[in-house]
Design a protein around this ligand. Structure first.
Ligand code: HEM
Length: 223
């Protein structure tokens, strides 16, 4: 998931991951076991190709796991830095739903979307030629005063706004699953460990600066 560095390294990483998934799929064809990919094989063995299964495995790992796990860690860190809002998420079930939307909006962990202009257009005085590729900042859009007013800071009680954390148009296919996971994980974690706190000073935390999916490299906590 490193988005910087030489292209050869990125292709090599991709090839290594493809090989890993191919091996996994070959093993599951022989013995599907009890996991999700094995279940797909059990039900659709003859209908689904190895390449499709490998793609499905990659999708679950990157689109499904990288995003949600980073959102849980970064969401936890953000709440630890806002103790009053953390208490509301922990103790008030009615706050959990707007809180998840607000964390998705304010953190915008998929920080940009790539789009191609199918026609020439002008945006805020900039001429965009037909066929150009654009990198659009989800973070900027989700902090736009036109969307959230002058204070874009975290407010877990904010009435959910139509944010772009799951994209626009061809949106995230897993967004309802992600919402369910976050709504289950965050309040449960906070209730299970009411004294949860950072185990290192905030300044020592390492952030994932080279990944297109934002998050912390690790989150040392104690309780
Ligand atoms: C907090 C968690 C998640 C975030 C923030 C997130 C965000 C996104 C974003 C921004 C896109 C691009 C949409 C666009 O181009 O407009 C996307 C696409 C996608 N996501 Fe997620 N996602 C999350 C969780 C998941 C999960 C759990 C799954 C599946 C298990 C998933 C599956 C997908 C798929 C399949 C696409 C491609 C959709 C398409 O191009 O048709 N995502 N996601």
């Amino acid at each position: 998931m490193t988005a910087t560095g030489p292209a050869e390294d990125q292709f090599a990483n991709y090839a290594a991951m493809h090989a890993y998934m191919a091996e996994l799929v070959a093993g599951l064809r022989a013995d599907p076991g009890t996991g999700l990919l094995g279940d797909v094989i059990r039900r659709h063995d003859d209908e689904i190709t190895d390449e499709e299964l490998i793609g499905f495995g990659n999708l679950l790992l990157i689109a499904g796991h990288e995003t949600t796990s980073n959102m849980i860690a970064l969401g936890t860190l953000t709440l630890l830095r806002h103790p009053d809002q953390l208490a509301a998420v922990r103790d008030d079930e009615d706050v959990a739903t707007p809180a998840i939307e607000e964390l998705l909006r304010s953190l915008s962990i998929v920080t940009y979307l790539d789009r191609r202009a199918t026609t020439g257009l002008e945006i805020a005085g900039h001429r965009i030629a037909e066929g150009s590729w654009l990198s659009l900042s989800v973070l900027a859009a989700n902090h736009d005063p036109a969307l959230v007013g002058p204070d874009a800071g975290l407010d877990v009680r904010r009435k959910p706004v139509p944010h772009l954390a799951f994209g626009f148009g061809a949106q995230c296919l897993g967004q309802q699953l992600a919402r369910i996971e976050l709504k289950a994980a965050l309040p449960a974690l906070l209730r299970r460990f009411p004294a949860l706190r950072l185990a290192v000073p905030f300044e020592q935390l390492e952030f994932r600066t080279v990944s297109p999916i934002h998050g912390v490299a690790s989150l040392p906590v104690t309780w």
